[in-house]
Design a protein around this ligand. Sequence first.
Ligand code: SF4
Length: 62
Amino acid sequence: MKAVVDQDECSGCELCIETCPEVFEMQNDTAVTKVDVVPPEAEETCRQAAEECPVEAITIEE
Ligand code: SF4
């Protein structure tokens, strides 16, 4: 499973970093993914982060 952040949509609220720090980190003012493949133990919180993103900037690729 992979996660992608749309850099044009991300508002930099940092919610995804709080929810799933294993996958997301801040780079300048937007969130980016710091892993190529989401670790299995972080898949649940990664999906949660995608669902809760206020601007729906996170896409999950299975
Ligand atoms: S939750 Fe969405 S808007 Fe907020 S930092 Fe993460 S990707 Fe950006």
